[in-house]
Design a protein around this ligand. Structure first.
Ligand code: PLP
Length: 507
């Protein structure tokens, strides 16, 4: 029997050996071992268990321990006891019946139709790998200052701060964000217009729920941010891809008439992922047309704080009075992604009118972090951190640009006005998804540009390459590896491929 259920761990022996964790009592161990052996079919239905005396002797436990275990097994139906002894009952699990386990079938579930729209086009790679777009310099975040802000908010909070709180977020944080946005991004707002959300993603979902109905048309930049497409899909909207050129979103002249939108997603300060800046002429045109047709512009200002050259590009929301713009922001890049704090700035009258709906949709919470963030902003820590990161990203961007120019010229490099990524266009003969997959196998995580496209075209073949979380000195070796992999796909190596021996390369 001991070969079937294995020896038990003795509490006395473990104590004498100075063992760490205390084993379970013998009776519990014996019971579990017998149950597992029956369920796994190692003790098949009908098999006769040894007498309590014999099993006690074999396992080195008291007879009473075995008797209690057998009684328990009988009480729940694992075994039946009669005059001839104790036998294993016929159970319904295949392994208990001694049958080989079958492959689990795909569950026959009628999912909502929108679930099918999320094609598996993205490998969920570790977002801390070098070259990941969108991840900030995690090791440069001032954790000590953040810890102090958290401690301060905990010390000062009354027990009432452990309740749900205001659904739209802590008033102190909403005021701090509004003051910062007025000054740094030219946004026209007061704290009462700011709704705190779980990252920009929840802000996008909130815009969809507040301003659209299923079947409405939503325009989205193409190539564009997947999170916006996901939010529109979840709202059962008909998504219309709008091409992007060097001046940002290029709306076809008849689209306002043929496919009038309810929502328009745009990232004007630094189009994601091509990096173009939406020209003032197009901003004014979008605002005027949206006003005329009762549409809302969702302005995603995800990395506008990190401008590298010239004056900051002010928000579209602040360009004209009462623009029909829902300004969305996130602390995922300016602080760190795990914080999961974002926001949407609603136009003044709308904020008051939607307060009841927002109250039903959101539940507040994360109050201590929100209060800590408010203090972090007001005390100037946030501004100092942004200043340091701006300098760091400028330096990293230059290192990446130099390395790309050296290894990939004459391929076009897009973007770089601000933010934490550059986009490299590749000739169609180098398949970007294959290149991204091979890079991932080497521990590098650039993303295939075609993965951002709704309607893949020749110009959406390339790589979106992040430099935020990759030190400058590691960028050149990483790009050398990429160039080697690209040359392998191209069929005509331009340069000697870097050492890519199959082990993960630490760059
Ligand atoms: C274009 C864009 N918008 C917004 C975000 C931020 O989203 P969240 O705040 O949900 O992390 C990202 C993050 O990668 C992004 O790339």
């Amino acid at each position: 029997m001991i070969e079937i259920i294995g020896p038990l761990a003795s509490p006395a022996a473990s104590a004498a050996a100075g063992g760490g964790a205390k084993p379970e009592p013998l009776q519990k161990q014996l019971l579990e071992r017998l149950q597992q052996a029956i369920l796994a079919g190692r003790l098949p239905a009908g098999s006769l268990l040894p007498s309590s005396r014999l099993l006690a002797a074999e396992m080195g436990v008291s007879r009473n321990t075995v008797v209690i275990a057998y009684e328990h097994l009988a009480a729940v139906g694992y075994v039946v006891a009669d005059k001839k002894g104790t036998r294993v009952s016929p159970l319904s699990s295949p392994s208990a019946r001694g049958e080989p386990p079958s492959q689990p079938a795909a569950p026959d579930v009628a999912y909502a139709s929108r679930v099918g729209q999320f094609a598996a086009t993205r490998t969920h790679a570790d977002n801390t790998f070098p070259l990941t777009p969108g991840t900030p310099a995690l090791d440069r975040f001032p954790l000590t200052a953040w810890r102090r802000a958290l401690e301060r908010s905990m010390e000062r909070a009354s027990p009432l701060a452990l309740g749900y709180g205001t659904p739209a977020g802590e008033p102190a944080l909403r005021d701090a964000i509004a003051a910062h946005l007025r000054m740094a991004r030219g946004v026209r707002c007061e704290g009462s217009q700011v709704v705190i959300t779980e990252g920009a993603q929840e802000a996008l979902n909130l815009c969809v729920r507040l301003f659209s109905n299923p079947g409405d048309v939503a325009w989205v930049e193409d190539p564009g941010y997947r999170g916006a497409k996901a939010a529109f899909n979840l709202g059962d909207l008909a998504t219309l891809p709008i091409p992007v050129d060097a001046e940002g979103m290029a709306v076809p002249s008849d689209a306002w008439r043929t496919q009038p939108p309810k929502l328009i997603y745009t990232s004007p300060a630094h189009q994601y992922p091509t990096g173009s800046v939406l020209s003032v002429a197009r901003r004014l045109e979008l605002i005027a047309q949206a006003r005329r047709s009762g549409a809302w512009l969702i302005e995603d200002d995800y990395d506008g704080e990190f401008r590298h050259t010239g004056e900051p590009i002010a928000s579209m929301q602040g360009l004209v009075e009462d623009a029909p713009v829902l300004y969305v922001g996130s602390f995922s890049k300016t602080m760190f992604p795990a914080l999961r704090i974002g926001f949407v700035v609603l136009p003044q009258p709308i904020a008051a009118h939607t307060a009841i709906a927002v109250q039903e949709m959101l539940r507040g919470g994360h109050r201590l972090e929100q209060l800590a963030l408010a203090h972090f902003i007001e005390s100037g820590e946030f501004g100092r951190h942004l200043g340091r990161m701006r300098r760091l990203y400028r330096e990293r961007q230059q290192a990446l640009r130099d390395a790309l120019t050296e290894h990939f010229a004459p391929s076009q490099i897009l973007g770089g006005n601000c933010g934490m990524h550059l986009t490299l266009r590749l000739p169609p003969r180098i398949d970007d998804r294959t290149l991204a997959e091979r890079a991932l196998a080497q521990g590098l995580n650039p993303r295939a540009l075609s993965g951002f496209a709704l309607q893949p075209r020749a110009e959406t073949n390339g790589l979106v390459i992040g430099y935020g979380n990759t030190p400058a000195e590691r960028l050149a070796p990483a790009i050398r590896v990429l160039a080697g992999l690209a040359a392998g796909l191209d069929g005509k190596p331009k340069r000697r491929p870097a050492a890519t021996s199959g082990t993960k390369l630490r760059v």
